[in-house]
Write a protein that binds this ligand. Structure first.
Ligand code: BG6
Length: 485
């Protein structure tokens, strides 16, 4: 027997599609009983290269609650998907989507997060979304928590810092699994769970004014609660819907050593381990030794209950999903230069960057896919990747060849990784329709195949317009990734 064969095409059942999040698209922030979310009290970034996500303290929170407009809080208006969902899904179907990733706003179902009874009007909205997807045989991929939670849980418990939020969350997950479980095969627990180390947007915990070390203590404790909640939700899903699959979701940040000097290589490995810690727990079911050492050295003490370890080890996820936007460079002596929205790392002189300073590295995606596959041996799913750019609407058209180039190069590398033997379930590019940016709350940072007529101030008709990339992606899906021209 000769081993002379390897896959050279995307699998026939490859899931092509796009990904969104409730707080960046839905709008209708007070409609049909919905409660206020943490995302809706984060104001716009002061400028394009700055992040706004964690500027939440008690004073800004009080100001946000008093302000009943959407002017300074664009995530309250989104792109009004709440009222446009049918037409938007029709456009996704026209591109040939096989899968659509979206998140449920927990506060549409439980306005205060820990209510006993679910809000039927909120549940009915996602029924309508699922009906629409079913009409076109588009597989839903649902994120249970994407950078938001009911604000009431911040006010009552300081978000995930408090263990009691775990039971509020599992009450919510049980409710949605029972309601939608038969129609939804793929689920994710927490979007980019690792970014909880950066603060409020993911933990819902206000930690302004604490020392750096106290902040780390609080954030890792909050993250421990999320890891336990994630494992419990996985257990529930498997019990309630044995055919469904749960995935974890990491903002994957491959980092390269700045030089071959072993001190840089070791520093890069340590940085990488901190990124992979979360998937390590969610896939392998236990805290890795390197984190125990890190916590001890930092004086961080994670409070666990006696059965936490068992919950984690008995309920690993079924597949591993991640977002991929950039790579970073690590040096033993970091100079702290920021690369992109979530990474602190050096610049890579071999790479180009987007207008927002995110370094573009398609080959890094192949490297990442190979490393994730080697490490976990579980099916992978790229659930975010894309280019935020300023688009110009000219004569009713958007000629976004730069976006096509970006996506083509990444898809080419996905195919290489498949040929390397990686098992890849699908690809949901980020923001198939223009939406509100997570990090800056700008509308002008556009990712979509579909242009939305709205500016940073919220002015515009909200009209949807197909960009050049719309027709390109349609061709890519139709040819199952063979025609990338
Ligand atoms: C990911 C988030 O980090 O990146 C998304 O999961 C986000 O919510 C995406 O929108 C792109 O980031 P940004 O800041 O350009 O919107």
């Amino acid at each position: 027997m000769y081993l002379d064969n390897y896959p050279q095409k995307f699998p026939a059942d490859f899931l092509w599609g796009g990904a969104t999040a409730a707080n960046q698209i839905e709008g209708a922030w007070k409609t049909a009983g919905k409660g206020l979310t943490t995302a809706e009290v984060v104001s716009k970034a002061e400028n394009r290269k700055k992040m706004s996500m964690d500027q939440v303290d008690q004073a800004s929170l009080a100001a946000a609650i008093a302000d009943q407009t959407t002017t300074n809080y664009p995530k309250r208006r989104g792109i009004d998907f709440y009222h446009h969902y049918a037409a938007d899904i029709k456009l996704f179907a026209e591109m040939g989507f096989k899968v659509f990733r979206f998140s449920i706003a927990w506060s549409r179902i439980f306005p205060n997060g820990d209510d006993q009874t679910a809000n039927e009007a909120g549940l009915a909205f996602y029924d309508r979304v699922l009906d629409e997807l079913a009409k076109y045989q588009i597989e839903p991929l649902i994120t249970l928590s994407h950078y938001e939670m009911p604000l009431a849980l911040t006010q009552k418990y300081n978000g995930w810092a408090d263990r009691r939020v775990i039971s509020a969350f599992t009450h919510y997950t049980e409710t949605v699994f029972k309601r939608y479980g038969k129609r939804v095969k793929y689920w994710l627990t927490f979007n980019e769970i690792n970014t909880g180390t950066w603060g409020f947007h993911a933990t819902g915990a206000i930690d302004q004014g604490l020392t750096k070390n106290e902040q780390l203590q609080l954030r890792y404790q909050a993250l421990h609660h999320q890891l336990v909640a994630s494992a419990l939700a996985t257990k529930q899903l498997h019990q309630l819907v044995p055919t469904a699959q749960m995935g974890c979701m990491l903002a994957r940040m491959q980092t390269y050593p700045a030089t071959p000097n072993p001190v840089d290589v070791q520093a890069a490995q340590a940085a990488d381990q901190k990124n992979l810690f979360f998937t390590d727990v969610q896939v392998r079911g236990e805290y890795p030794g390197f984190m125990n050492r890190y916590f001890a050295e930092q004086g961080i003490k994670i409070t666990m209950q006696p059965d936490d370890q068992q919950i984690l080890s008995e309920n690993p996820v079924d597949f591993v999903s991640f977002s991929y936007y950039m790579t970073t460079v690590t040096q033993a002596a970091q100079d702290g230069t920021a690369v992109g929205n979530m990474a602190t790392g050096g610049r890579n002189p071999y790479l180009q960057e987007s207008a927002w300073g995110w370094q573009i590295d398609p080959i890094g995606l192949r490297i990442t896919l190979n490393e994730m596959w080697d490490r976990y041996q579980k099916p992978l799913f790229i659930v975010e990747n894309g280019l935020g750019a300023v688009d110009k609407l000219e004569d009713g058209k958007v000629h976004d060849s730069y976006r096509i180039d970006y996506l083509r190069q990444h898809i080419e590398q996905m195919k290489e990784a498949i040929s390397d033997g990686v098992k890849l379930l699908g690809y949901t590019m980020w923001g198939p329709i223009d939406l509100i940016s997570f990090s800056t709350s700008e509308m002008s940072k556009r990712y979509g195949f579909i242009y939305v007529d709205q500016d940073d101030q919220g002015h515009g008709s909200l009209r949807r317009i197909r960009k050049d990339s719309f027709y390109w992606y349609q061709k890519v899906i139709k040819s199952n990734g063979e025609d990338l021209s």
